[in-house]
Write a protein that binds this ligand. Structure first.
Ligand SMILES: [Zn+2]
Ligand SMILES: [Zn+2]
Length: 383
């Protein structure tokens, strides 16, 4: 069910025919003159409309042509993408094929290009495709200097900077397609097809057309938190020091609150123990950011390496704000429930932080910058 046919030696795209009137006129003219041909095999064309309202071209007689049938959903999604590509000011071609230098063939559902150089292939995968096949096809695109982007009905797809892939859903009631972006907890290997719609696996949900348009406008980013100034929320609980019996604050966890500056981006969590390293880089970083004076203002003792008799070695630890006695990590969980965010400092979230963190899945995800465009300042008329 293609959106494209051949008229003379020109490609004709169904979504470029603006009105029902023009479509009917084209149908009448073609019925008389039979001048439209399928691009796959040159067969004659009839004009049809899918059950989802998409106008498309179909073989008069299929004959020996081997082109695969498409579902109405696939067809409609292609139409939405092609239209969004044009909206973004790019050139859209559908069912566009090409070859790599080593003779491997690719066919893109929608190929977006601009200035003859940049090309992005949008692939709608409404039928199942093996994980390895997605990887292989992306490799073909890379060899052809095309950037592939995948919209898949299945949840089993790669999550990586090299292969932008997302889940696509269709709502039969509204007729809308939505792109779902994986949350940190989403791992395709752990999730069954039955559970794939559970909300905790999806960080953002964006209407397909808006997503495509935004992606072409640079609104789609991998690991968006990197290199940004982020609020670091310090969460603490208050307990009685085992030695001096006075109340002291201990840091339970740290949160790089990306979601406050980048709506829809995942927060990155950490504990002070993530920064316990042999070369002392982590403890120095933490000490410079959460200086003992700053912590003392909130009744929290310094974070520094202390010797633990229980563990028989030193580790980066909470300590009493009054007597500096080690507050052992073994007891953290007993007060964790009472922990709350106490204060926040802004940090430049770069490699010196991320190299210590275990929470890599919060960073290694795609993010769609859904913030509304800044309103233009009022232009005043001359005079
Ligand atoms: Zn054909
Ligand atoms: Zn104490």
């Amino acid at each position: 069910m293609p959106l494209k046919c051949i008229s003379g030696n020109q490609e004709l795209f169904a979504f470029n025919i603006a009105s029902a009137e023009d479509w009917n006129e084209l149908r009448a003219r073609n019925a008389q003159d039979r001048y439209l041909h399928m691009h796959c095999c040159g067969a004659g064309v009839i004009l049809k409309t899918s059950k989802l309202g998409t106008r498309y071209f179909s073989h008069v007689r299929k004959g020996p042509c081997l082109s695969a049938p498409e579902s109405s959903e696939h067809l409609r999604a292609k139409e939405i993408i092609a239209t969004a590509v044009q909206h973004a000011g790019w050139v859209a071609r559908v069912e566009q094929s090409g070859q790599t230098n080593d003779q491997r063939t690719w066919i893109a559902d929608v190929l977006a290009s601009r200035g003859g150089k940049t090309a992005i292939a949008f692939e709608v995968q409404w039928s199942r495709q093996a994980f390895e096949e997605t990887v292989r096809r992306q490799d073909v695109y890379r060899s052809a200097s095309v950037r592939g982007m995948w919209f898949m009905r299945q949840h089993n797809f790669p999550i990586s900077k090299e292969i932008p892939a997302f889940m696509l859903t269709f709502d039969e009631v509204s007729g809308a397609f939505h792109v779902l972006l994986p949350a940190p907890s989403f791992n395709p290997l752990w999730i069954s097809a039955r559970d794939k719609h559970r909300p905790e696996y999806w960080q953002q949900r964006v209407e397909l057309g808006r997503f495509v348009e935004g992606a072409l406008q640079g609104k789609l980013r991998f690991a968006p938190q990197l290199g940004k100034m982020l609020p670091l929320d310090v969460s603490a609980a208050y307990t009685n020091c085992w030695r001096c019996k006075k109340t002291t604050g201990i840091i339970i966890d740290l949160r790089f609150a990306a979601s406050r500056v980048q709506p829809g981006a995942a927060d990155v969590t950490a504990s002070i123990y993530d920064f316990d390293d042999d070369d002392g880089h982590g403890s120095t970083l933490l000490r410079n950011t959460l200086h003992p004076n700053l912590l003392a203002q909130h009744g929290i003792g310094p974070i520094k390496p202390r010797y633990s008799r229980t563990e028989g070695h030193k580790y980066l630890s909470n300590g009493c704000v009054h007597c500096d006695a080690l507050q052992g990590r073994f007891f953290d969980h007993e007060v964790a429930y009472d922990a709350q965010s106490i204060f926040s400092v802004d940090v430049l979230f770069d490699d010196q932080w991320t190299r210590h963190l275990e929470d890599q899945d919060a960073m290694n995800r795609w993010w769609f910058d859904d913030m509304p465009a800044q309103p233009l300042p009022m232009l005043s008329e001359p005079n």
